[in-house]
Design a protein around this ligand. Structure first.
Ligand SMILES: Cc1cc2nc3c(=O)[nH]c(=O)nc-3n(C[C@H](O)[C@H](O)[C@H](O)COP(=O)(O)OP(=O)(O)OC[C@H]3O[C@@H](n4cnc5c(N)ncnc54)[C@H](O)[C@@H]3O)c2cc1C
Length: 433
């Protein structure tokens, strides 16, 4: 019997299985954890539901909407705010300087006017200074970069930026310096979120159709003999294989990988995310759907409100916020879980969100893989590793399989594309004229 297998049951593995079925192929997904869903899974603490980090959808792709839109959803305006060090500023921060002192505005806007003309961009710091001028770049995005990417901006590349970071426009900056009336300027028009059951509801149609074998952690792949080994001692053979496992881990699991590829794969790294999820005994604690934190004394880079995404995430009369704290091998976490909670508690008070008495609990959970880090030259190293894996007849999919900065809709498309690649019927043999 032909065995088509998919490693990893996140959205990419599920969408690969879903598409394979449409193309007439059966697949089996092997997943290490007890339930499929990967990063789109959620958990509950004392009646409060939390996703695994922020998760809102701005999917546009037909294939994704066809699945996601089967869940009834809320539509949200992408309205966010920024905690500076003493005050809240609307997002994007450079377009909302209105509350600042006149002298600060003069310095920041002069910096923008005198920003270096477009030229050689060696790294993200160059990009930021050219976009915003040095004073704005140093005050906000370079601080956020260190919190979110765990590297200084001069050690990051720029390929990931795309439409994710708002470009500076002098007219917009001036408008926001003189007036509070500014548009949100976010890269998506609306954010969607399921009315019931958390973000995972969006992928339930694919979970329901998939054949997932859970609690099966892959520990070895013998490419030559087409065998996959699991931590529980089981072995399966395969004909076709799609992997959504983190690329460096996949290489470590594969037999007979050349040393230079092993070393190159080991140089790729990602951030981990420590989530501090907080339940409050009063409503409306969060200032907006989500917010950014530039203040270095607060470890979290950002927070969002689960019950703002959907009221079914918190008990009546209560509210919730989840904070994201990033670390990586480049900047390992040196705090204990108790320190992370204490820092978050202090931050909540400093930002004026709530008092100690309003806090019902602070809960900690760690996501081992958050964002792949685009340190300088990463893309070329990653592509060498991917080329090697693909030369072994393994298709790669997903945020960590492709080792890219993919939103959930993009991870879903990545799974679909991997399935199309390896399950497409062979083209008919050409007929001699
Ligand atoms: C902080 C954060 C915020 C985000 N916010 C958004 C957002 O607002 N909107 C949005 O659209 N997207 C968002 N995303 C992106 C989204 O989460 C991802 O694109 C998507 O979930 C990745 O899916 P995946 O299937 O590629 O990977 P995963 O979900 O990681 O799935 C991989 C699966 O492989 C399994 N696995 C790993 N190792 C093994 C092994 N050895 N054996 C067997 N199984 C294994 C894992 O358990 C996991 O289930 C966010 C991501 C993060 C980290």
């Amino acid at each position: 019997m032909t065995m088509n297998i998919i490693l990893g049951g996140g959205i990419a593995g599920l969408s690969a299985a879903y598409e394979a079925k449409r193309l007439g192929f059966e697949t089996v997904i092997f997943e290490s954890s007890p339930t499929p869903g990967g990063l789109l899974n959620n958990f509950t603490v004392d009646g409060f539901r939390f996703d695994s980090a922020v998760h809102l959808s701005f999917a546009e792709e037909r294939e994704v909407r066809e699945v996601f839109d089967r869940s009834d959803y809320h539509r949200h305006e992408p309205e966010a705010v920024n905690w500076d060090t003493e005050q809240w500023l609307r997002h994007p921060v450079q377009n909302n300087l209105y509350p600042l002192q006149a002298s600060e505005k003069v310095e920041l806007i002069s910096g923008l006017v005198n920003a270096p003309p477009s030229g050689d961009i060696r790294n993200y710091e160059d990009w930021l200074i050219q976009q915003y001028g040095e004073p704005i770049a140093r005050r906000w995005p370079m601080v956020y970069t260190e919190k979110y990417w765990t590297l200084p901006a001069n050690q990051l590349g720029t390929d990931w930026v795309g439409a994710r970071v708002r470009r500076a426009d002098l007219r917009e900056v001036l408008q926001g310096a003189f007036s509070e009336d500014t548009p949100h300027g976010f890269y998506a028009k609306e954010m969607r979120y399921p009315k019931q059951g958390g973000y995972r509801s969006f992928i339930k149609p694919m979970i329901d159709e998939a054949r997932v074998i859970a609690n099966h952690e892959v520990v070895r792949i013998d490419v030559n003999n087409r065998h996959v080994y699991f931590a529980n001692g089981e072995v399966t053979s395969f004909d076709r294989l799609i992997s959504t496992l983190p690329l460096p881990e996949l290489i470590a699991l594969m037999d007979d990988v050349p040393d230079d590829i092993r070393q190159t794969a080991a140089s790729l790294f990602a951030t981990s995310v420590d989530l501090i999820s907080v339940g409050f005994s009063k409503p409306n604690v969060s200032p907006t759907l989500w917010f950014y934190i530039y203040d270095r004394s607060i470890l979290a880079a950002r927070g969002y409100s689960p019950n703002w995404k959907s009221p079914d995430a918190a008990p009546e009369g209560c509210s919730s916020i989840q904070f994201e704290i990033y670390s990586s091998p480049a900047r390992p976490l040196t705090h204990s879980i108790e320190d992370l909670k204490a820092n978050t508690r202090d931050g909540i008070k400093k930002m004026g969100l709530a008092d100690d008495a309003d806090i019902l609990f602070l809960h900690h959970k760690r996501l081992k893989y958050g964002n792949v880090v685009f340190d300088l030259g990463m893309e070329a190293r990653r592509d060498r590793v991917k080329d090697y894996v693909e030369s072994c007849g393994i298709a790669l999919a997903g945020r960590f399989g492709e080792w890219a900065y993919l939103w959930s809709n993009q991870s879903m498309m990545s799974g679909i594309n991997a399935a199309r690649k390896i399950f497409s019927p062979a083209p008919p043999a050409s007929v001699a004229p």
